[in-house]
Write a protein that binds this ligand. Structure first.
Ligand code: GLA
Length: 765
């Protein structure tokens, strides 16, 4: 096929655009033979990914100029549906959401734009950009050809096009091309659905707008549509030629583009801060440019997941932190890092003109420690109860974000433990107002031992929601109590029949109506704390990083701006507080802390703390394969990039999978990027329930724990800890007994597949 068809189609479009009488044709962007062209001349896209809602609006232009001074010629951006349509049909494209203004600022600064309007975007953003209210319809099928989903998407895409549809290059604007869906291959295979999204975008953007779809080298053919351009996403360190090998075969004449070249990576609560080496990142860009390959650097400046907008990764549940610094060349506060200067050196070699000077940045300042002097305990500011015969998720009760308290009475028999798989995402359990413990979905907790109870005692389960999953099949992520709750007494199970639910939405205006009293101590209850702090005249306009290391878990608001989530487990301990949202003199702060602070004090630091984990997520150290595990197969593998499929004998099954690695292509560390299991029908088994069972050793100091081998990200990997010899072992709890016909293994995607296993034994138990 088909490349030719595209070329022909584009030629026709180009001819139409050149026609007198057509809309003012001031630019022509095309996918030519082996390269993109702009007005007939070869054009290598050097795009910087930036997300306007993640940047304070007053700083938009500074960030765009930073990208230009870095040597980029384009800004690539997502449009987050849920930020724009908070209620069905109620759109907001103003203030932080002013997409049109952002695109115009790009143009004003001589930058082209690539627009990625989803509807799904992933992006470590709440629910991958989908609005939570879709979940009110319990059996809605997201990202599929469900008319309820498609109708909602249509309304949104129509609105996006109404905002910026007249800003495409052919109409004199900066928008070069528009993306259809996002990495659909990591979700499923469904060309009719992807086609429906394409058709919708065509309807609103017209035939002349160049459209593309992005995916991974390993799966782009599954959903590739003939009339779209195909681009690849991959990260720092990857072997670039191998990433384009399949595309070159399928479409020898296609322009090549890495539509997401990951400069760094995102952080999750309770896991170490992620970084990626600058040398490898810049070498990749250099290589791509030397080969005429276009790219978008994701992220060039990550910014911040303000308020409740951070998403969560899956399999398992790994909520993302507030900072989206991403170890990107331009840090969260808009300043150049050493990576920035290294990259600028590379890009300046490929620039047609001398690069503009690096713009001024916003200074940062410390603010002396101050106390929050008033508190409104949550238990003294309860809303009216909703009475139901089962605990209901928040969405069913009309709430999108925040917390809910579920209350029931201990039955006749009493209870000694509480069992539930349905805590989304963090519960504080108390009996008669005394805290019994917490249940944390992130670490797979599903039960809690209760203190001695008797009939009529009040059991409270206060559930706080963190971000909805933004990746994989688990994006339909209800919040609150989402499943049955069982009490147990001496092994006998009892299900309470009546519940009272009290809703605590994430709503600053509501918090302001609470009854406050002076903070005393020495204990500080869960509640909203508020106070004021003084920004000295000399620090006016400067950014600061408010330090919450003495607080528990919750949300922060400063002068009415929702700064984001805090959680003492780290790695993030400070919140970026932009100077443009502060003023000289008195400023207001409110902190919702669902655990209660250790000390209700805050100070502003001149630099962030993004890398201090206080509660680990280490892998359990295993001594070897347990005696009762059955060896299913043994393989000698060739090393190199790409998947290996290891067939298992008929009848193989088990709940626990052990992969013993007896040797590898590296004498030291062993590594595995991804594992899949095929069931007896040969289908890949869903990995939503998989958990790490442990390893002989894991390099968790550099974030290479076992979960990285089934996080659906080919660019992240499990690695044994330095100084540990073969044999290595990784073990996975599959969540249920599973029939297995094959194990698939993917080594690291870097050239030469470092650490790839060459002799493995597979066991099941
Ligand atoms: C994928 C997605 C992005 C983002 C990155 C990881 O490439 O398309 O939205 O989630 O992964 O940061």
């Amino acid at each position: 096929m088909k490349t030719r068809d595209i070329a022909v189609a584009l030629a026709i479009v180009a001819a139409a655009a050149a026609c007198p009488g057509a809309a003012v044709a001031s630019g022509r962007f095309e996918a030519g033979k082996g390269q993109f062209t702009l007005d007939g001349k070869p054009f290598t896209i050097k795009a910087a990914e930036l997300h306007y809602p993640r940047i304070p609006r007053p700083y938009w232009e500074q960030r765009i100029q930073m990208c230009k001074a870095l040597g980029m010629n384009t800004i690539c951006l997502y449009v987050f549906w849920n930020a724009h349509e908070s209620e069905p049909g109620k759109f907001d494209f103003t203030g932080q959401n002013d997409l049109r203004e952002f695109v115009k600022l790009c143009q004003k600064n001589g930058m082209k734009v690539i627009l990625r309007p989803g509807p799904y975007v992933c992006a470590e953003w709440e629910m991958g950009g989908l609005p939570w209210w879709l979940l009110k319809d319990k059996d809605i099928r997201l990202r599929e050809g469900d008319p309820r989903f498609l109708q909602a998407v249509d309304r949104f895409e129509k609105e996006v096009a109404a905002q910026v549809g007249d800003l495409t290059v052919d109409k004199g604007g900066p928008i070069l091309m528009v993306q259809v869906e996002n990495e659909y291959g990591s979700y499923g295979t469904d060309k009719p659905y992807v086609s429906a999204i394409r058709d919708m975008l065509r309807k609103y953007w017209g035939k002349q707008t160049v459209m593309f779809q992005c995916d991974w080298a390993s799966n782009f053919l599954n959903n590739g549509l003939d009339d779209l351009i195909w681009t690849m996403n991959f990260g720092t360190g990857t072997d670039i030629d191998s990433q384009f090998a399949e595309l070159r075969k399928a479409r020898p004449d296609s322009p090549l583009m890495c539509s997401e070249y990951w400069s760094g990576w995102f952080d999750k609560w309770g896991a170490n801060h992620e970084t990626r080496p600058a040398e490898a990142m810049t070498a990749g860009i250099d290589e791509m440019l030397s080969k005429g390959i276009s790219f978008s650097l994701y992220m060039t400046h990550g910014g911040t997941n303000w308020g409740h907008w951070a998403g969560a990764n899956s399999p398992g549940y790994a909520p993302d932190v507030t900072s989206y610094d991403y170890d990107a060349p331009i840090n969260e506060a808009g300043r150049p890092t050493p990576k920035y200067y290294m990259l600028r050196d590379v890009l300046s070699r490929y620039a047609e003109e001398e690069l503009p000077g690096v713009p001024d940045t916003i200074p940062s300042a410390a603010i002396p420690a101050f106390a929050l002097t008033e508190a409104a305990p949550l238990m003294q500011n309860m809303p009216d109860a909703i009475v139901t015969d089962r605990p209901m998720p928040m969405e069913e009760l009309g709430q999108g974000f925040g917390s809910a308290l579920y209350r029931t009475l201990i039955p006749e028999e009493g209870a000694d433990s509480l069992i539930t798989e349905g805590v989304h995402d963090f519960a504080i359990v108390s009996v008669n107002g005394r805290k019994a413990g917490t249940i944390d979905r992130r670490i797979g907790q599903t039960s809690l031992a209760l203190p001695a109870t008797q009939k009529g005692d009040t059991l409270d389960i206060f559930v706080e929601a963190t971000g909805r999953i933004n990746f994989g099949r688990a994006i339909k992520d209800y919040k609150g109590l989402t499943g049955d709750v069982t009490l147990s007494k001496g092994g006998r199970r009892i299900e309470p029949q009546q519940w009272e639910t009290y809703l605590y939405p994430d709503d600053k205006a509501l918090f302001d109506t609470y009854g406050y009293m002076p903070v005393t101590g020495p204990d500080y209850p869960a509640g909203v704390y508020r106070g004021t702090f003084i920004v000295p005249e000399e620090a006016a306009g400067a950014d600061t990083f408010l330090d919450f290391s003495t607080w528990g878990k919750g949300l922060v608001y400063v002068n009415g701006h929702a700064l984001g989530r805090i959680w003492n487990i780290g790695p993030q301990q400070t919140l970026y507080t932009p100077g443009c949202w502060l003023k000289a003199g008195e400023n207001e702060i409110s902190v919702l802390d669902v655990l209660g602070p250790r000390e209700p004090r805050v100070q502003g630091l001149a630099a962030p703390i993004l890398d201090r984990v206080t509660a680990g997520s280490e892998d359990t150290e295993l001594d070897g394969v347990p005696q009762d595990a059955v060896m299913a197969a043994e393989y000698i593998l060739k090393y190199g990039n790409g998947w290996s499929e290891l067939e298992l004998p008929e009848g193989a099954k088990g709940r626990y999978l052990y992969i013993e690695i007896l040797s590898g292509n590296s004498l030291e560390e062993s590594s595995v990027a991804e594992i899949h299991l095929r069931d007896s029908k040969g289908e890949r088994v869903g990995r939503e329930q998989w958990k790490s069972l442990g390893s002989d050793s894991s390099n968790t100091a550099e974030n290479h724990g076992v979960t990285k081998a089934f996080d659906q990200q080919e660019s992240t990997y499990w690695e044994s800890a330095p100084g540990h010899d073969y044999p290595h072992l990784i073990a996975v709890d599959l969540g249920r007994v599973t029939d297995a016909s094959a194990v698939e293994l993917l080594p690291r995607t870097e050239s030469g597949a470092p650490g790839s296993p060459t002799h493995v034994r597979i066991y099941l138990r």
